[in-house]
Design a protein around this ligand. Structure first.
Ligand SMILES: [Zn+2]
Length: 105
C-alpha cells in the first residue's frame, strides 16, 4: 500500500491515479543515461582485456601451485598459490559480471 501525496488516502502501489481525489501519479522516471566514461568503448575494451589478463593470471597461479607441489614448497603450495589463484579468478568474475551488466543496460 502507498499513500496519495495529495489526500493521504491509501492507494494500491500499481495505481496510476488516486481513486479518492483523482490525483494522477507521474510516470516511472526514465532510467539514467549511461554517458559517463565508465560506459565508453575504451572502458568496454579495458574490461575485455582485463578479463583475459585475469584468466591468464589465474592459470599462471594454478601452474605455479603445481610446480610448488612438485618442489615441495609448502608456503607457495598452501598459501601463495591458492590466494593468488582466487584473487585473479575473482577479478575475472568481477570483470565478466560488469561486462554482462553493461550489455544488459
Ligand atoms: Zn488522493
Amino acid at each position: 500500500m502507498a499513500k496519495c501525496p495529495k489526500c493521504s488516502h491509501d492507494i494500491d502501489v500499481m495505481a496510476t491515479a488516486c481513486p479518492e481525489c483523482g490525483y494522477s501519479f507521474p510516470a516511472e522516471p526514465a532510467p539514467p543515461q549511461r554517458t559517463s566514461w565508465a560506459y565508453s568503448r575504451l572502458a568496454d575494451v579495458a574490461l575485455l582485456v582485463g578479463m583475459v589478463a585475469a584468466l591468464l593470471w589465474a592459470g599462471a597461479a594454478a601452474y605455479r601451485t603445481v610446480v610448488a607441489l612438485i618442489h615441495r614448497q609448502w608456503d607457495a603450495l598452501l598459501i601463495q598459490g591458492p590466494l593468488v589463484f582466487f584473487l585473479a579468478f575473482a577479478m575475472f568474475v568481477v570483470f565478466a559480471r560488469a561486462s554482462d551488466a553493461g550489455r544488459r543496460a
